[in-house]
Design a protein around this ligand. Structure first.
Ligand SMILES: Cc1cc2nc3c(=O)[nH]c(=O)nc-3n(C[C@H](O)[C@H](O)[C@H](O)COP(=O)(O)OP(=O)(O)OC[C@H]3O[C@@H](n4cnc5c(N)ncnc54)[C@H](O)[C@@H]3O)c2cc1C
Length: 385
């Protein structure tokens, strides 16, 4: 193999986790290559509310958040399917920015820092042999499959990728259940909604978030079961009108807003099942390591935080201070100590909010005992890192 095809670090997937990792390791002068199957900038299904726990970390990476005039969100407005609403201050709060803009800011920083970014390039396979990784990929710009070699390798390929299927990871092999067969839909809209409030509106077997992003636009994004779409003849429009609109607040938002996209961005086969953190010596980051239910609003912070943990351990490994086994074990221990309880709390909440009866009851209980809501929010969020 030629010299220029060897890297210290190979990263598969250029979402928040992969891009943040590439910036941190390129800053330490390691040779970094990142593969992203799409072309930046591009839209992604996400509620686009980032918990404040990530603010300092993003600024340290070089994202000039305080100059971007982004909406700061400090209040949650929760509505039940029957339209009853509950409002509370968020302990830490967050800010709004589209993934189109955020991922693009991060990729520019990664390139400036010296990471090699291969866009429109999909990784097809990774093998670990003789203490190194061989990564096979295919690029839109050139014919045929190519390969490179790397000393360390991370999977930051998100919720579900071709590699999950290829490796038949446990969560892919599991039969459809209440935690692993969701779909999600996202729009950008212009509407009337307070800039400091994130709305979380429940409906039968799902919930829809609304919050402001840059340029006074709003992100309107919902998660529901694949079953709800099937019941609606696989028509998103019909599902919205017959299921979401039963919550009067959602009916009003959908009917009175200006939709910026011609058609929404959508994804399917979302699973909140437990995932492995290391697979064939690859460290898994962000959603590839486990997904917290979106009603908790901090999957992005977990993705960023996991990149910081991985960067620390990979640095120790590449500078020969620890061996590969210690790197892998150390990463898993760190991940579990910070995220395991949050992910479990999110999964429990998801069950309650799927049911019309229970989410009506929950909102009623929060109105009577507001401290309950504050405690639940704390259990699903972390601290600045
Ligand atoms: C409906 C919904 C709403 C959400 N709302 C919020 C919210 O408001 N706040 C919040 O904090 N979190 C939210 N989340 C969670 C958040 O979106 C994720 O946790 C976050 O995007 C994870 O980042 P990531 O880097 O792990 O993955 P991603 O951002 O998904 O990036 C993975 C990247 O890998 C690429 N890729 C995949 N396979 C390959 C391959 N083989 N080769 C090359 N590239 C590949 C993909 O194209 C993608 O760009 C929401 C999630 C959903 C489903």
């Amino acid at each position: 193999m030629e010299d220029h095809l060897k890297y210290d670090v190979a990263i598969m997937g250029g979402g928040l986790a992969g891009l943040a990792l590439s910036i941190q390791l390129a800053k330490k002068n390691y040779s970094v290559i990142l593969f992203e199957k799409e072309k930046y900038p591009f839209h992604k299904v996400c509620g686009e509310y980032i918990s404040m726990e990530s603010w300092n970390f993003l600024e340290e990476l070089g994202v000039p958040l305080s100059t971007l005039n982004l909406p700061i969100i400090d209040t949650l407005n929760l509505t039940a399917p029957n339209g009853k609403s509950f409002r509370t201050k968020l302990p830490l709060g967050g800010f709004g920015i589209s993934r189109y803009k955020m991922d693009n800011l991060l990729v520019s920083l990664a390139k400036q820092g010296g990471a090699q970014i291969l866009e429109e390039t999909k990784v097809n396979d990774v093998c670990f042999n003789d203490d190194k990784f061989i990564i096979q990929y295919i690029s839109k710009k050139s014919a045929g499959s190519k390969q490179i070699e790397a000393s360390s390798c991370c999977g930051a390929f998100g919720k579900r990728s071709n590699l999950d299927v290829k490796w038949n990871r446990d969560f892919v092999a599991k039969k459809n259940s209440r935690i692993n067969n969701f779909i999600a839909v996202k729009y950008h809209i212009k509407t009337e909604w307070p800039a400091n409030v994130i709305g979380l509106h429940n409906f039968s077997n799902g919930y829809c978030g609304i919050s402001q992003i840059e340029e006074q636009k709003y992100c309107l994004c919902y998660l529901t079961t694949a079953e709800n779409l099937k019941k609606s003849g696989n028509s998103i429009q019909q599902m919205q009108e017959t299921i979401l609109y039963r919550n009067p607040i959602l009916k009003s938002i959908f009917s009175s807003s200006e939709f910026i996209f011609q058609s929404p961005v959508t994804i399917s086969q979302i699973s909140f099942a437990k995932k492995s953190l290391v697979e064939n010596h690859l460290l898994l980051l962000g959603d590839a390591a486990g997904m917290i239910t979106p009603l908790c609003g901090n999957g992005m912070s977990m993705a960023l935080h996991s990149s910081k943990m991985a960067a620390t351990l990979i640095d120790l490994f590449l500078s020969k201070k620890i061996d590969r086994k210690k790197m892998e074990n150390g990463y898993q221990q760190l991940w579990r100590s910070h995220f395991s309880n949050r992910v479990v709390a999110g999964r429990i909440l998801q069950h309650f909010f799927g049911s019309v009866l229970l989410s009506n009851l929950f909102v009623g209980a929060f109105k009577a005992f507001p401290f309950l809501a504050k405690n639940i929010i704390k259990k699903t969020h972390g601290k600045p890192f």
